[in-house]
Design a protein around this ligand. Sequence first.
Ligand code: N0T
Length: 515
Amino acid sequence: LACLCLPAFAAEQMPRFVTENGRHALLVDGEPYTVLAAQLHNSSAWPAVLPGALDQVVALNANTVEAPVYWEQFEPSPGQYDTTNVDALIEQARRRNLRVALLWFGSWKNGQMHYVPEWIKRDAVTYPRTLDERGEPVDVLSPHARANVEADARAFAALMQHLRKVDGQRHTVILVQVENEPGAIGAVRDHGAAANAAFAQPVPAAITTRLGKPTGTWRDVFGPEADEAFNAYATAHYIEQVAAAGKRAYDMPMYVNTWLRYKGKRYPGVDYPSGGATVNVFDLWRAATPSIDFIGTDIYTTDYSEYTKVIGQYARPDNPAWVSETGFEPGTTPYLFHVLGQGGIGFSVFGMDGLDSPEKRAATTAHAANFGQLAPLQRLIAKAAFEGRLQAVAEQPGQPKRTLRFGDWEVRVSYGAPYWGDADPILPGNADHGGRLLVAQTGKDQFLLTGFSARAEFVRVANDALHGQLLRVEQGRYVNGQWQFERLLNGDQTDYGLNFVREDPPVLRVTVGTY
Ligand code: N0T
């Protein structure tokens, strides 16, 4: 009964991002939700092409679409708002039972300003640009001009106010991304007069305190990284004002996505936008953006060590793993499992709509199977992750065995074993490195498992005289959150481990015991 006072039971269940005991959840309709998403190509959120694109999201078994709202379209002249696109998006998503992550393509899009309205692009006097070290303007708004931040915040607040009006009851929109891959390409920081004056000032005390650094100018505190840190603060502080204005209009979970500093890239402003929420300025960003719920990662690689390194950098007690974009190719499928195993809230494949090709068909098949396997379990997975009862792994090349520990039990995961019968002592792994497995503990002796191209064996490792045994292995499926039993597995289907095949693998509920 005490629970009745919790906000989750309020009549109107706003989407919310919550953190407890260093673990995170996105609450949708009051319960943890796993975001299985696809992002449309940049120019596909127009009514003329939207229905076809959304049909492709549905074909992927995604539960969420990430789609942009373009500032240039939303505010064609100052203070005049055009809601045609966003209204079509919400209506078309509802028809398909999709939730929406809205992407605000405002002042920043991939470290540039290509989505600002034409009336801003034409008027660099009122809306100044970032100047490079030679004083040349670049294709990025200055984060130091009041007119810029005010214009963006006003438009974004208008968008959020409209969302509250049209979606405040249904909550089709569950997440809002503020800007897209912010930061500057073409300059490490702005060298305009206002920027230079600010650069000579002490670093704001709120920042040095949070970072545990001494006070001083940007140069004193950050040395050779001063220009990048300064631009990170300016960009983050600007986006904080935009997000705060949006939240005042409609208090949705908001995040910022990041063009990463990874794959050996080193030069801010050249290799990646200077001032985005890259790992080297992550703490500064968190300190400067209290209105941003979390930071997302746009991961374009299939390399195991690179992918898992990035997830490790961003999955923290103060931030969830959230892959706001990843490459639409078969090789990224296992990383959804890795992300969930790191307590992540989800993952979105980028650019899945559009022309047909053999590559696209292969990516569609692979991700549709991946999402299709997890979609019926998504609530259960999100809840288990939030409560610390979930472990999940992706295959690491050259490492065909992994061990997961649940109290008295180990789940020994292996890749490259046959689907029944003894495995070679030296396992080859999968040729495509596509192995992945997820285990949720659903009771003291009960587990839910699924995966692809993997074998799982339960071994009791408690320090006592008892032996472990499988009591019951149910195969079935979840339909509307309810388990539907199909059959018991036993004999060859369990004596050589529980085997998850490459295509159409099972979902298993396992009960273990002792003798
Ligand atoms: C991503 C996407 C979209 C020469 C790239 C990645 C999306 C944006 N940017 O398809 O544009 O809107 O968030 C930037 C990585 C660029 C690497 C350039 C190498």
